[in-house]
Design a protein around this ligand. Sequence first.
Ligand code: INI
Length: 153
Amino acid sequence: MVEGEIAAGGRKVAIVAARFNDFIVASLLKGATSAWLERGGAAEDLLVARVPGAFELPVAARKLAAAGRYDAVVALGCVIRGGTPHFEYVAGECARGLQQAALESGVPVIFGVLTVDTVEQAIERAAVGAGNKGGEAMEAALEMAALLARLGT
Ligand code: INI
């Protein structure tokens, strides 16, 4: 069996985070940054880029992934269902675009975007500590970076 370990020492990672719903995304960003530092990452090896909303995450993630400087890209955002089909377009295109960026670049692009029905669900998933989806996204990024390195890609 081959697996990637969750360790940040010697790695470079980029986070791209949406500003929309920042009262939630700020907590995801905190969770991701804490996980990076807890796993031994150096502050100067973590880039944080901001975009207006989740819809803009893919183009920035694609650019960062293609740059060849990062072992993984973590996309953070929060899309909350409203009363119109807008949610489906923003969330769907965001997910599709992030996966496309990963497949085109061969660099892991992690989906740390909450897609929820209510603000309460978002707050639950962005709470400090275990279960913070930003922290989980960073851990997934580190695991995938190590796995791909091991697989020789
Ligand atoms: N962007 C989000 O990140 N979350 C949302 O819930 C959201 N809603 O609900 O509209 C949202 N919209 C903005 C969108 O991501 C773009 O920034 C905007 O459409 C400009 O392209």
